[in-house]
Design a binder for this molecule. Structure first.
Ligand SMILES: [Zn+2]
Length: 252
């Protein structure tokens, strides 16, 4: 048995089609997971349903009790994630959103902008051509520093719209850094990496596919950064320290 359509609709509306664990907006790329598995007596009720993105859902399914690696999500923790997130969404801007909450969100907004300013990594990846040229790895330092806070709850906004924007940025930054980590390698200069030149000669199809994916991921980082900046300025009525947007990025 699976969840009924009624249960799915109620669950997807309650979370605004955002993953209940990582909070990213998923659109159609979302799945309803049983908090307690059916094999363990879990029901198909709304209470037992948690909508998850593909990545978080894959984490649930890949954990192997016989060969434990990492830390398993327990049903109580999943319920806590689901209820915490849906209560944020259902309250839109929560009724109890007060001046203190606004101050906390303003503080976090400024922390993010200090860690990831326009003129740092974001500006760099918005213009850099990763096809056939090496790049200074230190230019991506801001992104690594932001990614290090992805799981820290003190880096979550109380305002749900801003939290969705932050989670989207966090997701795209992780994806971009993952692609860079898998597909670029040190050159003669240890501070500089590149997508290997020999790939371009020997496996051109693969080379251009990789470079396209990197550029696509970079432009998603830049777009989600812009969205967070715009929403933050509007909803928190706060000046950002940098108003200059990077120019558009050359493609291969
Ligand atoms: Zn997720």
């Amino acid at each position: 048995m699976a969840f009924s359509n009624d249960v799915k609709i109620k669950a997807l509306v309650a979370c605004a089609r955002c993953c209940c664990i990582c909070h990213k907006f998923c659109g159609i790329k979302i799945e309803c997971h049983h908090i307690i598995q059916e094999a363990d007596g879990g029901s198909n009720s709304f209470e037992n349903c948690i909508p998850l993105c593909f990545d978080c859902h894959a984490d649930m399914l890949s954990y192997d009790d016989k060969h434990p690696k990492g830390t398993k999500y327990r049903p109580d923790e999943l319920k806590f994630h689901r209820d915490g997130w849906t209560s944020k969404i259902n309250a839109a801007r929560p009724a109890d959103y007060c001046d203190e909450h606004r101050k906390l969100d303003q503080g976090l907004f400024l922390r993010i902008l200090r860690r990831l300013p326009w003129n740092g990594s974001i500006g760099f990846i918005s213009t850099n051509n990763f096809a056939g040229f090496s790049f200074d790895c230190r230019a991506l330092l801001d992104l690594h520093e932001l990614a290090a806070c992805n799981d820290d709850p003190s880096w979550e906004f109380i305002d749900p719209t801003l939290e969705i924007a932050r989670a989207n940025l966090a997701h795209h930054v992780s994806r971009f850094l993952g692609l860079i980590g898998m597909n670029t390698f040190p050159t003669d200069n240890p501070d500089r990496n590149s997508v290997p030149e020999e790939w371009e000669r020997e496996r051109p199809e693969h080379f251009f596919q990789v470079v396209d994916e990197i550029h696509e991921a970079a432009s998603r980082c830049v777009d989600s950064y812009k969205t967070l900046l715009r929403e933050g300025r509007r909803r928190l009525a706060i000046e950002s320290p940098a108003d200059e947007e990077p120019t558009s990025k050359p493609k291969t």
